[in-house]
Design a protein around this ligand. Structure first.
Ligand SMILES: [Zn+2]
Ligand SMILES: [Zn+2]
Length: 123
């Protein structure tokens, strides 16, 4: 089949390129909502890297297969949790930091009261 959106040929029920793009976009939309909550609640962030010498990618909230920069986080990776507000930028993937900075709330955008964080685990 020829995908009417991206004009590539695909097999099966739907264009896998477009499906991946749509799900990526949906997850980023979700991050826009979750990042301010996570910052406000002081939750620890999951990070992952392949080698000890690599900087850490920051795992998407509620989606542990991709980082904020779009890098796939496939096992086996070294994973840990950090307090992002105290982490030094040098230890983090610069592309992840750039995306996260775009999602960080300014002081007035921070919610005054924290709604029950659905699904955000207190770690
Ligand atoms: Zn397509
Ligand atoms: Zn990254």
């Amino acid at each position: 089949m020829l995908c009417l959106t991206c004009k590539t040929h695909y097999y099966g029920l739907a264009c896998s390129d477009c499906t991946a793009r749509k799900s990526q976009a949906a997850f980023m939309e979700l991050q826009r909502r979750l990042v301010p909550l996570a910052i406000r609640s002081g939750a620890l962030w999951r990070v992952a890297r392949k080698k000890r010498s690599d900087p850490y990618h920051v795992e998407l909230l509620q989606e542990n297969t991709h980082a904020f920069c779009g890098a796939p986080l496939e096992a086996p990776m070294m994973r840990t949790v950090i307090d992002l507000t105290k982490a030094t930028k040098a230890t983090l993937c610069p592309a992840c930091v750039k995306v996260l900075e775009g999602l960080m709330p300014t002081e007035d955008e921070l919610p005054d009261t924290l709604p029950e964080p659905e699904g955000i685990e207190a770690r």
